[in-house]
Ligand binder design. Structure first.
Ligand code: PLP
Length: 390
């Protein structure tokens, strides 16, 4: 039977990772994979996570299954962090395997509720958004979110896309720190879009992956809190970046329903869906997050370290902005947020950066700013300035 399986489509970022690893030059720069890095290039375990893990190993007395919805304290704790108040009765919530697992649950739920559901997605986006729609069998309706050359959100196209939604469709928002452009809609854009979706009976699906790394934890979560007041909404909150728990696959899906009774049905369906995907969600990352959120000293440590991470990214953006006289394509980078920027580069230029300057980035031209170590920003600007025209 396997002879019918076609060759796999290689993952572009894994190719970049392999090329970076194979590059023998000591001054090589890795701007590829989207993980936070400190100024030594490491992606370390956060101190609060280390402390919580040590306690967990000492105190954990069972590995028996938890509930279908996951760790109750995690669901309540991360839900309250995200929404700023305890989860309301009209919200269903379930632990998912990272942001990806939460988005998969959200799409499966939407499909179960409305087999004709379409996902409206602005491009460019995180590639897994489209992959997840395909895996779930949900029709994708795309629009242009961003003009890379002009470094500008195409607000007209985004608005037209919202106006084109039907009742029961999903419209995807990046909660903050848009991946891959770093350019977020502002409050009035979002309020306008939510009003259109509400009018059409379409549902906002908010992907919250980079809280704490934009303008600060509270500011970064403001949009989620607005969305939670909508008649219906789906909110995925990943712990991969903000807690550095990438490989522990930790996240929460919140489904806001119109009523408490509707929320109870949604909760049941989410648990049924999750039962055949993972049966029970992984416990470790969730237990770590609970410890951090519940213990005030650990929570403070976590927030301080998260703020240091944010400050480093902010500083790098300022450094790159100051270099825009060397490389004009960096102009405006300090107005963007999070770890990404899309550079308007051709495949040949991206290959030249790797070949001639040991600077490795995604084939789309997306760079992870946190991949820059001390002195690298100037090297990047000089390399960009030295590129021949496409
Ligand atoms: N959403 C966006 C926009 C992302 O960039 C990421 C990670 O890169 C995720 C969600 C979730 O990642 P994970 O499944 O590792 O939590």
């Amino acid at each position: 039977m396997f002879q019918t399986i076609p060759d796999p489509v290689p993952d572009a970022l894994h190719g970049v990772m392999a090329a970076f690893r194979a590059d023998p030059r000591p001054h090589k720069i890795d701007l590829g994979v989207g993980v936070y890095r400190d100024d030594s290039g490491a992606s370390p375990v956060m101190a609060a996570v280390k402390a919580a893990e040590a306690r967990l190993v000492a105190d954990q007395d069972s590995k028996a299954y938890q509930a279908l919805k996951g760790d109750e304290a995690f669901v309540a704790g991360l839900g309250a962090l995200a929404l700023g108040v305890p989860l309301p009765p009209r919200a269903a919530a379930i632990q998912g395997s990272g942001g990806t697992g939460c988005l998969r649950l959200a799409l499966e739920l939407a499909k179960a509720a409305n087999p004709e559901v379409r996902l409206h997605l602005g491009l460019p986006s995180w590639p897994n958004h489209a992959n997840l729609a395909a895996a779930t069998g949900i029709a994708l309706v795309t629009h242009r979110y961003f003009d890379v050359e002009a470094q500008r959100i195409d607000r007209e196209a985004v608005r037209a896309a919202a106006e084109g939604t039907r009742a029961g469709d999903l419209f995807l928002f990046h909660g903050l720190c848009h991946n891959p452009t770093g350019s977020d809609l502002d409050d009035s854009d979002r309020a306008g879009l939510l009003a259109i979706l509400r009018e059409n009976g379409a549902v906002p699906l908010v992907d919250v992956a980079y809280y704490g790394l934009g303008d600060g934890l509270e500011a970064d979560l403001a949009f989620v809190r607005t969305v939670a007041a909508e008649p219906r909404a789906l909110i995925s909150v990943a712990c991969s970046k903000a807690f550095g728990l990438y490989r522990e696959r930790t996240g929460l899906l919140i489904a806001v329903a119109e009523s408490e009774a509707e929320a109870a049905r949604v909760q049941g369906r989410l648990e049924t869906i999750s039962r055949t995907l993972v049966s029970m969600p992984p416990a470790h990352g969730a237990a770590v997050v609970v410890d951090i959120l519940v213990d005030s000293a650990l929570r403070k440590d976590w927030m301080v370290e998260l703020e240091e991470m944010r400050a480093r990214i902010f500083g790098l953006r300022g450094e790159l902005e100051a270099l825009s006289n060397v490389a004009p394509m960096l102009a405006g980078i300090s107005r963007q947020r999070g770890i990404f920027r899309m550079l308007p580069l051709s495949p040949d230029q991206i290959a030249a950066l790797a070949r001639d300057h040991a600077i490795h980035m995604a084939p789309s031209g997306r760079i992870n700013i946190a991949g820059l170590k001390a002195g690298d920003a100037a090297r990047l600007a000089e390399a960009l300035a030295a590129l021949s025209k496409p």
